[in-house]
Ligand binder design. Structure first.
Ligand SMILES: [Zn+2]
Length: 155
């Protein structure tokens, strides 16, 4: 007698985010174009198992930026279940980061400003009521990363 193994076949798909490694490394981050948004770590898409279900693939985009391992378990569950409020929150966060990247690139490329000046300018114009706010030290690190990436891009 055999069990209905075909029922579970779907859970045997290789995770497209980490390519089955269970870990998202620098090359995966580059492949998914998230250099400024993710750091290497265990894969949140497959929960570090390397395997995913067809259901997950159809419900959650593999490059959903907000879905990372540093979120609380409950938050990850909500994203995977398509909770609208959580998904909206993720979109807002990504929009904030996209705008920040654009701002920094603009100041650096068009105004030739250095990281320190860009950070000061950004913080001086930051809305006091902003939903997301950043620490100067972290912002500086982030600006340097963006500048580094810009300089290593092929022309
Ligand atoms: Zn994975």
């Amino acid at each position: 007698m055999t069990f209905f193994n075909f029922l579970f076949k779907n859970s045997d798909l290789e995770c497209p985010r980490c390519l089955g490694k269970g870990f998202v490394g620098p090359e995966d981050i580059r492949r998914l174009n998230k250099q400024l948004k993710w750091a290497p770590g265990p894969c949140a898409y497959c929960d570090a198992s390397g395997k995913v279900t067809e259901e997950l693939l159809s419900k959650v985009a593999v490059d959903t930026t907000y879905l990372t391992i540093d979120l609380p378990e409950s938050e990850i569950e909500k994203i995977k279940n398509g909770d609208p409020e959580t998904i909206e929150k993720g979109k807002l966060q990504e929009l904030f980061i996209d705008n920040l990247i654009q701002y920094i690139e603009h100041q650096y490329l068009l105004k030739n400003m250095d990281a320190e000046s860009i950070a000061d300018l950004y913080l001086s114009t930051e809305d006091e009521n902003a939903v997301f706010s950043v620490e100067k030290e972290n912002l500086l690190q982030y600006i340097r990363k963006i500048i580094h990436l810009k300089n290593s891009e092929p022309n």
